[in-house]
Design a binder for this molecule. Structure first.
Ligand code: ADP
Length: 207
């Protein structure tokens, strides 16, 4: 707040937005919580997974390219993902801010996000990570697979691969923002309401 006011007084054009990365492994509840948080804080929820599923549903070239990676629980290549995210963000630069759900998922994506933000004179408010242990994640995803129709939720081997990809490629993203003093961790076990209350506190602190 103080920094923003100083920037405003001294003429640096930074827009005051609340831009939060909602972080955590597959099945940690990011999507459920993001849709509650976006209403409470009046933010734009961007889920890269949802964007890909939309493209697949519409049988676009991008969707066709992404599908094979998603079905195997692998990451979609950055050259596809980063451009898609940027297009979506650019449609909402006049909003109060973004909840990024599922992005960034690699250090390269974090660096790309820094550049996107810098070019638009906006900044990351923080990264909020949901912590849930692995067996609970697998159970939740198998349960979701009974109704979600998502091929990547239907098979335990693919689910375990998604969690492995998270540990190998995505978890360093937490440290990337932690070094800047921007990361915090929230207990992701409990009722949806309890977790929402914890996350809301974290979002308030970042506002
Ligand atoms: P979950 O977090 O439960 O795995 P998502 O809907 O966020 O579900 O992601 C589903 C799939 O979409 C991922 O396994 C991956 O293949 C792809 N995906 C989503 N976001 C990204 C990203 N930022 N980079 C690369 N691939 C992504």
């Amino acid at each position: 707040m103080v920094k923003w006011l100083l920037d405003l007084i001294f003429g640096k054009k930074t827009k005051k937005m609340l831009n939060i990365i909602l972080f955590g492994p597959p099945g940690s509840g990011k999507g459920t919580q993001a849709s509650l948080l976006k209403d409470k804080f009046n933010l734009i929820h961007i889920s890269t997974g949802d964007l890909f599923r939309y493209e697949i549903g519409n049988k676009t070239t991008l969707g066709r390219e992404a599908k094979s990676f998603m079905d195997n629980g692998e990451l979609v290549p950055d050259r596809i993902t980063i451009g898609m995210l940027q297009n979506k963000m650019d449609k909402h630069l006049d909003s109060n801010g973004f909840i990024l759900d599922g992005f960034p998922r690699t250090i390269n994506q974090s660096e790309a996000l820094d550049k996107i933000f810098q070019e638009r004179s906006i900044s990351i408010s923080g990264l909020v990570s949901l912590k849930v242990e692995e067996n609970e994640l697998v159970n939740r995803l198998l349960e979701r697979g009974k109704t979600s129709g998502r091929t990547d939720d239907a098979d335990e081997e693919i689910i375990r691969n998604r969690i492995k990809v998270y540990h190998d490629q995505t978890s360093p993203v937490y440290n990337y923002y932690d070094k800047l003093g921007l990361s915090c961790t929230i207990d992701g076990l409990g009722s949806i309401d309890d977790i929402f209350a914890r996350l809301s506190d974290a979002f308030e602190r970042l506002s």
